[in-house]
Design a protein around this ligand. Structure first.
Ligand code: SAH
Ligand code: MG
Length: 953
C-alpha cells in the first residue's frame, strides 16, 4: 500500500519498521520463526563434483493471533523478519504510514473493504472468509449466496481492525461491528442486499457462472458427511454442559447446522464470537442473535448507535470469550483458514472444555503445563530455575492476563548495590516483559539463588521487582511490591509473578472468600489491589465456579484428608519400613527432586469399580514447595526408592476430574455417586539431591561430602573419641558412614530440627545397627545411638563434655546471628574436647559455577563478575569468604578458651581461592576444666528423643 501524498507536516518522525508496528500491535503475541534454507548449487552446475558452498538463506514465518505468513528467502535473517512483518501488515490491512487516518477515511475504507469481499476475485482467494462465500453458494432457496454478517465481522481481520480504529468499543461489543458492516452494505445498496431483521448480506447480481464453476466445483461430486464433536453450553447454570455432534455434509453450510442446534432455522441469525484458546485456533462460540435485536441500518457509519442487548447472559460462554453471550451457545472448533480452501475442523470434547475451564485459573495453568492435573499443585515458592518444573511463573502470569483480556503485566526492576557506602544506590528500569527472544538477552542470567536476606557479601547488587497488572479499561488493578531482594533480575521477576499467581489462585480456589480474608492474603503477599476493579474483571468466574461445583453448592476445593491417607501407609511412625530397594540418602529433602511413577483412578469400592484417570511413568517434582497435592508430598518423603504405596483421597472439584478423564461417559456416573474417591498408586523411582551436592559431586572425586566425612573420621581416630555428637546431622550421612570405620566410638548422637531428615536417619541407623555383627572387627562397636529433635542454638546438658562434636555444612543454613549464637553455646556450654565446623568457602563458588555451566549457554552478564556468584544451595542463608569464617572462628575460640586451626577439603590451602569446604577445628584449652553440668541444668534440656538404640545391653 503506497502512502498518499503526505501533507507538509513539520515534525518528521522516523518511519517505524514493519516489525516495530507488529510489535506495537501484537507485542509478545507475534511469534517469529526463522529457518535456514539450504539451496544446493547443483542446479546451476550439475557437473561439479564438489558441492559448492552456498551462502545460507533464511526464511521467516510469522504467527499472529489473526493470521500467519511466510516470507521469501533472504540472505539476512533480519530482512526475512521484516519481510514477514510487512506481509502480515498488508494482510491485516494495517497501513504502515505514521499519520492516522480520519474517521471519514476509515468509513470509506470500511465500505471499500466490504465491497472487495463481495467481489469476484475474493471468491477464489484463500481467506478464512472466502470459504464462507463459496459455501453460501451451496445454500438453498432464499439463503442462496447470503452471508451472515457476524461471520464477516469475525473472519476478516482487516475489516475488524478498521472498525477498531473507528471505535475501540467494538472490542467488547460484537454487535457494533455488525452494525458497521451492515451499514457499509447499505451504502453499497446498488450491488449488495441487506434484509431487514436478518443479519445477512448478499450480492445483488449473482457471481458470473465461470467464476462459480472455477472456485466451487471441487466438492460437487459425491456427498459426504463429517461428524464433529462440539459442546453445548446452556445459558442456565443449572443445566450441565453436554457434548453434541454436528453432522456437516460437504454440500451444506456448517453454520446452518450449528444454527439448527441452537433452535434456529438458519445461520443468518447466528452470532459468532472471537476465536478462543490458541492463537491459530478456529474455536468459537455460536449463539442466537436475540429477537429484540433490531439493527440500525443507518448507512451513516459515523452515527451508528451502540446496542445493549438484553436477554439472559450465558455466564460460562461469556467468561470464555470475554464478550457478552446471550442464551444457549455451541462451542465448536470449525472454520476456514488461511491455509487451504478446505473446511478445517477438530473435535471439541468435554475434556477439552474442562481443560479450558481450568486453564483460566493459575492452578489450572500449572497443572496443564505439567500434564498432571490430579498430582501437581501450583507451588508455593520458586526456589531455583533448575528445580522448577512446568511453566515458569512469569509465563503463567502473562498467559492468565491474556486469558482474562488484561494487559501484559509490567515488571519494574530496581537494583540495589550495597557497596561499602551506607546509602544504597538505586536504579530503576521499567520493562514490559514479552515472550519474544528479547527477554532472553535481558534475563538470561536467571536460575540463581534466592536469599531471604540482603547479600551478605556486601558486594554486587541485588534486585527487587515491582509488578503491576492493568485492566484494558479500568487501569491499575493489582500491584505487588515484594521487599526481599534477589540475586538476579530473573529471580525477582519469577518471585513477584508467583506471589501474584498464588494470591489470585486463592481467590479462584475460593471466590466466596470473605473480603477481609482476601485482603489479609494480599497483605501477606505484598499485594495492593483495587477490590472493585479486581472483582469486576473476574466477576463471571463466581458464577462459572458455582456451576462447576454443582451438587454441593458452595463446596470448595476441599483440603484432602491427609491423616486419613497416612493411616493406609505401611509402617508409618516407626522404623519398620518395608524397604524394597536401596535406601537413598538425602541430607535434606527440601530442594531435592523426587521422581515417581504414579496413577490416579476414580474408585467406588462398594461396587468394585475403578476408572483410570491419569498416570505418568516419570513425574518429577521438587520437595518442600508444595508442588504436588499435600498427601503425595507427605507420603513420598517417608518412602524409600523402589517402594510403592497406595492411598485414597477425597474427590477434588468435578472440573478437574473431567479435565483429566479422556472418556467422560464412563466417568460421569461414578462421579455423580457420592461415595467414590480417588486412589493414588505411587512408586518412588529416584531422589536427586539438591544442586549443591550435584555440583560438588560433579567436581570432586571422591565427592566433597565424602571428603568431609573422612576428614572427621581421621580426627575421631586420632583423638580416640568414644562419644560423638553430630550437630545438624540431617539424614545421618555422617553417622552412617562412621560406622564403617574402625574407631573407638561407643556412643553416637545426632541433633537436628528437621523431622523428615531425622526419620530418614532413624530408618537408616536402625537397619544398619541391627544388621551389624559384633564379630566385624573392622568397624566400631556402637553401644548406644540417639537422635534428638532440637535446635543446636539451645543447650542440652545430656550432650555436655563430649569427646568430639561435628557440625558439617550446617551453620550456613541458619541466619548469621543464629550461627554466632550456636558458636557461643557450643563452646561455652556443650564444651566438647574437639569441635569440627565446616561451611562452604564462598570464594570457591566461581570455580564450581563455572564448571557447572560449562557447555551451557554463556552468560555475558555474569561471567566476569566473580563477586556476584550464586549460593550453592537455595536454603543457604549466607556463605562466607575465608576471611569472614576466620574472624568468626578466631573470635569465638578466644572468648571461650579454645584454640582453633583452619583447614578444609576440596582444593588446597595454598592455591587460590582456597578449599571448597572450609573447616575449623576447635580444641578445648588445656587449662580449662569441664565441670559437671548434669545435675543443675537438667531443667534446661531442650531436646526431645526421637529415636534411641541400646545395642550394648
Ligand atoms: N550435617 C549434615 C546435614 C547438612 S544440611 C550433612 O553434612 O550431610 C543442614 C542441616 O542443618 C539440615 O538438616 C537442617 O535441618 C539442619 N539445621 C539447620 N538449622 C538448625 C538448627 N538451628 N538446629 C539444628 N539443626 C539445624
Ligand atoms: Mg549446606
Amino acid at each position: 500500500m503506497e502512502t498518499k501524498g503526505s501533507p507538509a507536516v513539520v515534525v518528521k518522525k522516523p518511519p517505524l519498521t514493519p516489525k516495530a508496528i507488529i510489535h506495537q500491535k501484537f507485542g509478545s503475541k507475534a511469534c517469529y520463526t526463522v529457518e535456514e534454507v539450504q539451496e544446493s548449487a547443483q542446479n546451476g552446475c550439475p557437473g561439479l563434483a564438489i558441492q559448492q558452498k552456498c551462502p545460507c538463506l533464511y526464511r521467516c514465518s510469522l504467527q499472529l493471533p489473526e493470521c500467519s505468513v511466510v516470507s521469501g528467502t533472504f540472505k539476512k535473517k533480519k530482512d526475512a523478519e521484516q519481510s514477514a512483518a510487512e506481509m502480515a501488515l498488508e494482510k491485516l490491512g494495517i497501513c504502515p504510514s505514521t499519520n492516522d487516518p480520519s474517521p471519514k477515511e476509515l468509513c470509506d475504507d470500511i465500505i471499500a473493504r466490504v465491497k472487495y469481499l463481495f467481489s469476484n476475485e475474493f471468491l477464489s482467494s484463500v481467506h478464512p472468509l472466502s470459504g464462507h462465500f463459496r459455501a453460501a453458494l451451496k445454500r438453498d432457496g432464499d439463503l442462496y449466496g447470503s452471508i451472515p454478517a457476524s461471520v464477516i465481522s469475525v473472519c476478516d481481520s482487516k475489516l475488524c481492525n478498521l472498525c477498531k480504529s473507528l471505535n475501540p468499543k467494538v472490542e467488547s461489543n460484537p454487535l457494533l461491528v455488525i452494525s458497521y458492516i451492515m451499514g457499509a452494505a447499505a451504502r453499497l445498496s446498488g450491488s449488495l442486499i441487506t434484509s431487514e431483521g436478518h443479519l445477512s448480506i448478499r450480492r445483488q447480481n449473482p457471481f458470473p457462472r465461470e467464476i462459480i464453476e472455477s472456485s466451487v466445483i471441487e466438492e460437487s461430486g459425491s456427498q459426504e458427511s463429517i461428524w464433529i464433536e462440539a459442546i453445548h453450553i446452556p445459558s442456565s447454570l443449572e443445566e450441565a454442559v453436554k457434548p453434541l455432534t454436528l453432522c456437516v455434509s460437504t454440500t451444506g453450510y456448517y453454520l446452518d447446522v450449528i444454527a439448527q442446534k441452537l433452535g434456529l432455522t438458519d445461520a443468518n441469525k447466528v452470532l459468532v464470537s472471537r476465536s478462543i484458546g490458541k492463537a491459530s485456533s478456529e474455536t468459537r462460540l455460536y449463539f442466537a442473535a436475540p429477537e429484540s435485536y433490531r439493527l440500525d441500518l443507518s448507512p451513516d457509519l459515523l452515527n451508528v448507535k451502540e446496542f445493549h442487548i438484553d436477554g439472559s447472559l450465558n455466564a460460562r460462554a461469556s467468561y470464555f470469550c470475554g464478550q457478552d453471550v446471550i442464551g444457549d451457545a455451541v462451542l465448536a472448533s470449525i472454520g476456514y483458514t488461511w491455509k487451504s480452501k478446505d473446511l478445517s475442523h477438530e473435535d471439541f470434547s468435554l475434556q477439552s472444555y474442562y481443560r479450558m475451564v481450568i486453564g483460566k485459573t493459575p492452578y489450572g495453568l500449572y497443572k496443564l503445563s505439567r500434564d498432571a492435573l490430579l498430582a501437581s499443585k501450583l507451588p508455593s515458592a520458586f526456589t531455583t530455575r533448575t528445580n522448577w518444573r512446568g511453566s515458569y511463573p512469569r509465563d503463567m502470569l502473562c498467559s492468565l492476563c491474556r486469558q482474562h483480556r488484561l494487559d501484559d503485566p509490567v515488571f519494574s526492576i530496581s537494583s540495589i548495590s550495597i557497596k561499602a557506602s551506607s546509602e544504597p544506590s538505586r536504579s530503576h528500569k521499567k520493562l514490559k516483559v514479552a515472550d519474544s527472544a528479547e527477554k532472553e538477552t535481558i534475563y538470561a542470567n536467571g536460575g540463581g539463588t534466592a536469599t531471604d536476606d540482603v547479600d551478605p557479601m556486601g558486594s554486587g547488587s541485588t534486585f527487587t521487582c515491582k509488578l503491576e497488572i492493568f485492566s484494558k479499561f479500568r487501569g491499575l488493578i493489582i500491584e505487588c511490591t515484594p521487599k526481599n531482594p534477589f540475586k538476579t533480575k530473573y529471580d525477582s521477576i519469577q518471585h513477584a509473578s508467583l506471589k501474584v499467581l498464588s494470591w489470585i489462585n486463592s481467590y479462584f480456589e475460593n471466590p466466596y472468600m470473605h473480603f477481609e480474608k482476601l485482603n489479609r492474603l494480599a497483605d501477606a503477599h505484598d499485594i495492593r489491589f483495587y477490590p472493585q476493579k479486581f472483582l469486576s474483571e473476574f466477576s463471571l468466574y463466581q458464577a462459572v465456579h458455582n456451576a462447576e461445583h454443582g451438587d454441593t453448592p458452595g463446596a470448595q476445593l476441599r483440603k484432602s484428608d491427609c491423616t486419613n491417607a497416612l493411616h493406609t501407609m505401611p509402617g508409618n511412625g516407626d522404623c519398620t519400613f518395608n524397604i524394597e530397594g536401596p535406601v537413598y540418602d538425602t541430607s535434606a529433602s527440601i530442594g531435592s527432586l523426587f521422581c515417581v511413577i504414579y496413577s490416579v483412578s476414580l474408585v467406588k469400592e462398594s461396587e468394585n469399580m475403578k476408572e483410570l484417570l491419569e498416570s505418568s511413568e516419570e513425574f518429577e517434582f521438587e520437595m518442600g514447595t508444595e508442588a504436588v497435592v499435600p498427601c503425595l508430598e507427605a507420603i513420598v518423603t517417608q518412602m524409600s526408592v523402589g517402594q510403592s504405596v497406595c492411598f485414597t483421597m477425597d474427590v477434588p472439584p468435578r472440573e478437574l476430574i473431567l479435565a483429566a478423564a479422556d472418556d467422560s461417559t464412563r466417568i460421569l456416573p461414578l462421579l455423580y455417586s457420592k461415595t467414590c474417591c480417588l486412589e493414588y498408586t505411587v512408586t518412588l523411582l529416584q531422589v536427586t539431591e539438591p544442586p549443591e551436592d550435584r555440583m560438588e559431586q560433579a567436581f570432586f572425586s571422591p565427592p566433597l561430602s565424602k571428603q568431609r566425612m573422612e576428614y572427621a573420621v581421621q580426627h575421631i581416630i586420632e583423638c580416640c573419641a568414644t562419644n560423638l555428637v553430630d550437630f545438624g546431622c540431617g539424614s545421618g550421612s555422617l553417622l552412617d558412614s562412621l560406622l564403617d570405620y574402625p574407631t573407638a566410638l561407643e556412643k553416637i548422637v545426632g541433633v537436628d530440627i528437621s523431622h523428615k531428615s531425622l526419620s530418614r536417619a532413624a530408618k537408616m541407623l536402625h537397619s544398619k545397627l541391627s544388621t551389624k555383627s559384633d564379630a566385624d572387627a573392622s568397624c566400631a562397636i556402637i553401644k548406644s545411638a540417639v537422635l534428638y529433635d532440637g535446635s543446636i542454638t539451645d543447650f542440652d546438658s545430656r550432650l555436655h563434655g563430649f569427646d568430639i562434636g561435628t557440625c558439617l555444612e550446617v551453620i550456613e543454613h541458619m541466619e548469621e546471628d543464629q550461627a554466632c549464637q550456636f558458636g557461643d553455646v557450643v563452646l561455652s556450654s556443650f564444651r566438647p574436647r574437639i569441635l569440627i565446623v565446616s561451611t562452604p568457602n564462598y570464594e570457591f563458588n566461581v570455580i564450581l559455577q563455572k564448571s557447572n555451566t560449562a557447555g551451557q549457554e554463556e552468560d555475558p552478564d555474569e561471567k566476569t563478575q566473580t563477586q556476584c556468584c550464586k549460593f550453592r544451595n537455595h536454603d543457604h542463608k549466607f556463605e562466607w569468604t575465608r576471611e569472614q569464617f576466620n574472624s568468626w572462628a578466631s573470635g569465638l575460640a578466644e572468648r571461650h578458651n579454645y584454640s582453633v586451626e583452619f583447614s578444609g577439603v576440596g582444593g588446597s590451602a595454598d592455591v587460590e581461592p582456597g578449599f571448597a569446604s572450609q573447616i575449623a577445628v576447635f580444641r578445648r584449652g588445656v587449662l580449662s576444666e569441664v565441670d559437671d553440668l548434669r545435675k543443675d541444668t537438667g531443667l534446661a534440656d531442650h531436646y526431645k528423643i526421637i529415636w534411641e538404640w541400646n545395642g550394648g545391653q
